[in-house]
Each structure stands twice: as structure tokens, then as C-alpha cells.
Design a binder for this molecule. Sequence first.
Ligand code: HEM
Length: 453
Amino acid sequence: MIKLHFRRNDLEETNMTITDSHDAALTAEQAEARERIYALPLESLDPANEAHYPSGDIHWVFERLRAEDPVHFTAAEHSEYGHYWSLTKWDDIRAADTNPKDFSANGIITLARPVPESMTEEEMEAQRRQGITSLLSMDPPDHEIHRGAVSEAVAPANLAAMEPLIRERAGAILDGLPIGQEFDWVDKVSIELTAMTLATLFDYPQEQRRKLTWWSDVITSAPGPGRAVENQEDRVVAMNEFFDTFNDMFTRRQSEEPRVDFLSLLAHSPHATDFTDRELFGDGIVLLVGGNDTTRNTITGSVYALSKNPTENAKLRANPALIPSMVSETIRWQTPLTHMTRRTTRDVEINGKIIPKGDRVAMWYVSGNRDEDKIQNAASYIIDRKNPRQHLSFGFGIHRCLGNKLAELQLRIIWEEMLARFPEINVIGEPVRSHSSFIKGYESMTVVIPRRN
Ligand code: HEM
């Protein structure tokens, strides 16, 4: 394949190879895509457009916005998600995420759902009241109550208790992999380990763990051919099945001794009698979805990124003490959730622009994580960076990812077990990427673990 060498002014390191679909060494196809994005009228740029994601073109959209229009307005005529604002610089994203008073989480917290332009603020508020809400879409003081109720499940003591279990499972998964044959890493490893952890957190029967993954996929992806469900009717049936199961489990927990799983913690919270059904279901959904494809896509992303960066792979294999910083670098580089949205509670000035009261604001973590003003050589994958946990992928402020330490734990353990077993894992071709502007991940990735002589 022809490679064009696009030089960045401040590119210091010379040992870099291809990282994501966006890097120092561009293929002809990537250079063309970049040119195409730069030729578009600035006001037409719509970072929520799903079509930019599987190709990686989204990085050019954000590179341009960070330089030319860091607080960007997309009008309804340019987006199927209605009008919204985009924050693309690290400092602005952090400022909004740590200011729940001016940037409310109450309501819809991603751009995944279109909002009819004709809706008034009162109508939207009415819709929010009828819909499901969760700890992720609550402001203080409700947020602390719901987050506080479940946080023990992922507190240090419980993580320490889970570690041997995760290690045993990781080892068993890896020992069962076919050697010398092609297989799908996403299905056999990434989904398998995260589904087992999720079943533990919900104290759900391990033999039915894939049901949890499936419900999570139904919730996060639109129906369609090849998706978790084909059409809207099947989606409703699946959601109702999840709600019924959740309801049964929750009712059972109420009459059982308290223990440290998400549902028992909710059922025995001192505030349990104040929780409404729509809040409980909402919390259930966030707890189910939060730990599912995020961690799964980071596991897959780590294997992919290391296969594309042989120098980094060699560094890791020579020095396994780099596993924790490799994990953090992968979480930054992958950015499994591209953004969260907030709604302004008053006219707010940010980086020279006034965002009117009531408008939706997307905090694009995926862009902030590549902001060169904050992170040197941000497009590159470098596993021994100085401050590897300096990234936006877990958000900031009161909603900062509740499961961040659990995600890192799973990643660390699977890599410790992988390094002890496999000197090489070869990625075959390119992975199939998710078609989403919210979840940045992989549908499948073919690999081969070579047979040892
Ligand atoms: C919230 C990312 C793993 C549970 C969040 C947020 C992000 C995020 C971006 C919203 C932050 C904000 O709005 O400021 C990730 C990533 C993960 C991951 C990248 C893996 C690499 C997990 C795991 C769990 C989890 C393993 C386990 C249960 C949650 C919950 C919230 C949350 C419950 C809501 C917190 C709140 O609103 O207070 N996560 N997450 N996440 N995450 Fe994670």
C-alpha cells in the first residue's frame, strides 16, 4: 500500500508506526479523507454523524475543530440529532464536566437519540419525567444518593476480593483458546471475561451470562440486520424481558440478607423506599451497560494497538511492569465512549462562545484525548508515557466512571495472564468497527496465536 508521510511540526519521536486510522504516517486513502474533511464548509461539520466513525475520519473532523472552531455549533439542518454544541478541547470538556450547576446531566446524556426541533423546553422536561432516569442522568442531590447506594460493589475491598476470581477466569479463557487457528478475539476473550464480571456484579447465574451482554447490546444499539435485534418490536420484547428479570431479582434481594451485588445494594439502601421504578430500571441499565462494551472494547483495542505498534509491543514484552501504563494508554487511545452530553441551565460562556440556556452540549472525550495542547504526540500510541492516567476517557467530576478501577483491574489481569502464555498474538486483517458515534469499538477481530515449536 502507498504511504504518504505527513509531517507534524512537533513530532519528536521517530519510532512510531500506524496507530489508529489517524497517525503520522498516512495511507493515500487517509490523506484523501483528511483533505475531504478540510474541504467541507466548517459550519456543516457534524461530529455525531456515525458515518465518520468506522473509517476513523472522525479524527480529522476533531483535528480541524480543535484548530478552527473548538466550541462548535451544529445546526439542525446538518444533523439528524437536532442542533447541539461540541466541546473539543481538553480544558473546555473538563470545565463543563466538573460544573454540574451550569451543565446539567438531567435528561438525555448522549447524542444517540434525535430530539425533535419543534419541542419546547417544557415538552422536553415532560418527556424526561415520563422516561427512565438513572444515576448517570441525575444532578445533585439525587445523584449522590443513587451513586452512593451502589458504589461498595466496586470499592477497593470488593475489587481485592474479586481479583483472584477474575484471574482464574482469565486463565481459563486463555487456556481454552485454539492455537494455530483463526478465531474472533472479541467473542472468545473480550466479551467472555467482561460478561463473567458483569454476572458477578449482578449475582446473576454465570451459565446465562451472555444474556446480560445481549440485553446490554439491545439497549445500546439501534435495531437492524446483523444487530442484537432486527426490529423495534423485538427490541421492545427484549427490553421487557430485561425489566421483568430485573424486577424479579430485585424483589428477591429485598427479602434476602444484604450482600455486595448491585441489586442487593440498591434494595437495602437506606433510601430504597424513595427509589421509583423508573429510577431503579435506569440505574439497572447504566450498571449493566457501563461495564460491558467499554471494557470489552478496551481489551480488544489493546491487542489491536500493540499489533500495529511493534516497538510498543516489544517494550511491553521486555518489561511487563509496563502493563498498568499500557492499560491507561489504551483507554486514552481507544476512548471507548466518545462523548457525554449535558444541557445548559443558563446562558454559559465557554472559550469565547455563548451557549444559550437549554442547549445540548457534547463533551467529546475522544477529541480532548488527542488535544496536543495537553498531550504530546496525542495521535500516537506510547505505552510508557509520563502521565498515562491523564486522559478524559472516564470523564471528570461527579459522574466520573464508577467502575474505572474495575476496568483497569480486568485489563491488567488479562494482560498478565496473556504475557505468561503467548509470546505472540497476530491480528489478521482489520477488525470490524462499531457503527456508532457513541461507542468506539469493535464488532469482531480475527487473530491467530501461533503454535510454539
Ligand atoms: C460513568 C467510561 C468501565 C460503570 C462513565 C462515564 C464514562 C465512562 C465516560 C461518564 C462520565 C461523566 O459523565 O463524567 C468508562 C470506560 C470504561 C468504563 C471508558 C472502561 C474502560 C466501567 C465499568 C463499570 C462502569 C467496568 C462497572 C460497573 C459506570 C457507572 C457510571 C459510569 C455506573 C455512572 C457514574 C455516575 O453517573 O456517577 N463511565 N466506563 N464503567 N460508568 Fe464507566
